[in-house]
Write a protein of this length. Structure first.
Length: 280
């Protein structure tokens, strides 16, 4: 697993890349990928300690599917969970997780689904150019607030293979009404309240874009979620169905935003089983 600096909108932003379980390459190889793609020599790469035992050191060309994991929260709240990257990598995918601009020393400012969406799109373009990536099978998953970034990236990147929304916000105006504790942050980051600038909240709401989503969608949501109400997932599911989209809904009855370990492991297993199903 590597913590790296890449480029988005001319900004140096941070992210993580985790190779499939058992694979490792030298830091110099990762630096060469970045330099080749961005034509910049001094983009930092740090290899992170990881308990996964290395068994392979030469990546075969054109083989690997990718999952881009869009974290939730903002700033230090909800930072990328590297344990999730390790758990995901067991399922035969390269995993990439943008940290979003303004976080972990990255340049710029996270706008909660504004210009930071480009951090996901730039990652997609970088990954699609790697010689060992199957560019036809790059998917994106958004957890919590990350569903905003993931959906927008799926809309912009027309070749996106699949989209997963896990405990995801589907209507940011609804979140503003439900989460009184987040209102101050939302007004500061977005520039005002839902009453003052409703269009800014609409622009960040995945339900706004159901007709523009052209890849299969998996929604995963707990019925007892108090951070992102279950109705967000249900509404997104119904809107996608009404629009004639390919959508699947995994409901976690009796569970909240974060699942207990055994259920979390099953959710990951089911998610990758869905990702690995061929698209008709």
């Amino acid at each position: 697993m590597y913590h790296l600096t890449y480029v988005s909108d001319g900004l140096r932003v941070k992210g993580y890349i985790c190779l499939p379980h058992g694979w490792r390459l030298p830091v110099s190889a990762v630096q060469e990928w970045l330099q080749h793609h961005y034509r910049i020599k001094d983009l930092e790469v740090t290899e992170l300690a990881c308990p996964i035992r290395v068994t392979h050191t030469e990546m075969p060309k054109g083989k690997w599917p990718v999952l881009i994991y869009c974290r939730g929260g903002i700033g230090r709240v909800g930072q990328v969970k590297t344990t999730w990257l390790e758990d995901f990598s067991i399922h035969g995918h390269i995993i990439f997780a943008p940290s979003y601009r303004g976080t972990e020393g990255g340049e710029g400012r996270d706008q909660f689904g504004g210009s930071d969406i480009e951090d996901v799109c730039s990652a997609y373009q970088f990954l699609a150019g790697l010689p060992f990536v199957d560019e036809r099978r790059i998917s994106v998953m958004g957890f919590s607030r990350g569903s905003i970034n993931a959906t927008a990236a799926a809309v912009r990147m027309k070749q996106m293979y699949k989209l997963v929304l896990w405990g995801g916000v589907s209507d940011l105006a609804q979140t503003y009404e439900e989460r009184i504790d987040l209102r101050r942050m939302l007004k500061r980051v977005i520039g005002g309240s839902t009453g003052k600038i409703p269009e800014a909240y609409d622009m960040r709401s995945p339900v706004t874009y159901v007709h523009d989503i052209h890849c299969p969608v998996l929604i995963m949501h707990g019925t007892e979620d108090v951070q992102v109400d279950y109705s967000h997932g249900l509404r997104m599911f119904r809107r996608l169905q009404e629009a004639g989209k390919d959508v699947t809904f995994h409901t976690f009855h009796g569970y909240g935003h974060h699942l207990p370990p055994a259920v979390h492991a099953l959710a990951i297993q089911n998610m990758f089983a869905w990702l690995q199903k061929p698209v008709p």
